[in-house]
Write a protein that binds this ligand. Structure first.
Ligand SMILES: Cc1cc2nc3c(=O)[nH]c(=O)nc-3n(C[C@H](O)[C@H](O)[C@H](O)COP(=O)(O)O)c2cc1C
Length: 186
């Protein structure tokens, strides 16, 4: 079982990192982490190259990311909430998933569909009702493009006053989600 984690926080040892770390302890196995802030991924320019080709016209770090996605069984997007969504480099990667969307909906190519597992780990500084709804809508769409389903999630809120490293309940939830996915996918 190969788990691909998009780590989308600029803080290498921050709240999202602590949540991800616990999840990794739980899931074990082969884990590949993409530090999205270290990658050079240009925004999609809607050139429509992928309407006829299996690839993206832009040759950058996304090429290596496509290979990692294709090779994964579990995909985790771990991002702090920024203005109700994921962070900007993560959104650039999501928009470049257009090659998968085009395959299904423009070229109507339904070959080699996969059955991946989708996981969201996110953190927010404050709390308001339904605050993760916009982020979740974006990620559901992104996961669908990558054939990742049955989205599981762990959200830690109020990190301004309760950093994740001190939030035993959320750390446990992230760990237990990892364990659950490992057992279910065996
Ligand atoms: C540009 C920016 C936008 C943010 N937007 C939100 C937001 O919409 N809602 C929220 O609850 N917290 C927001 N935050 C706070 C972060 O989500 C929060 O501090 C998070 O836990 C940081 O995670 P990290 O330590 O992994 O970077 C924002 C922070 C920044 C820097």
């Amino acid at each position: 079982m190969k788990t691909l984690i998009f780590f989308a926080s600029p803080n290498k040892k921050g709240n999202t990192y602590n949540l991800v770390n616990k999840f990794i302890e739980g899931i074990g196995g082969e884990v590949d982490i993409v530090n999205v802030y270290d990658k050079k991924v240009s925004p999609c320019v809607d050139c429509k190259y992928c309407y006829t080709k299996e690839q993206c016209a832009i040759k950058d770090d996304m090429q290596e990311i496509y290979a990692k996605i294709n090779d994964s069984d579990v995909i985790v997007i771990a991002s702090p909430m920024y203005f109700s969504s994921v962070t900007a480099p993560m959104k650039a990667i999501i928009d470049r998933l257009q090659i998968y969307w085009s395959k299904k909906y423009i070229r109507k190519d339904r070959e080699n569909l996969k059955n991946r597992k989708a996981v969201v780990l996110s953190t927010g500084g404050v709390y308001w009702i339904n605050m993760f709804q916009p982020l979740e809508a974006v990620l559901k769409h992104a996961f669908a493009a990558m054939d990742a389903k049955d989205m599981e999630k762990v959200y830690a809120v109020n990190t301004d006053t309760m950093p994740v490293e001190k939030n035993e309940e959320k750390l446990k939830e992230a760990y237990e989600l990892g364990v659950k996915i490992r057992k279910n996918l065996k």
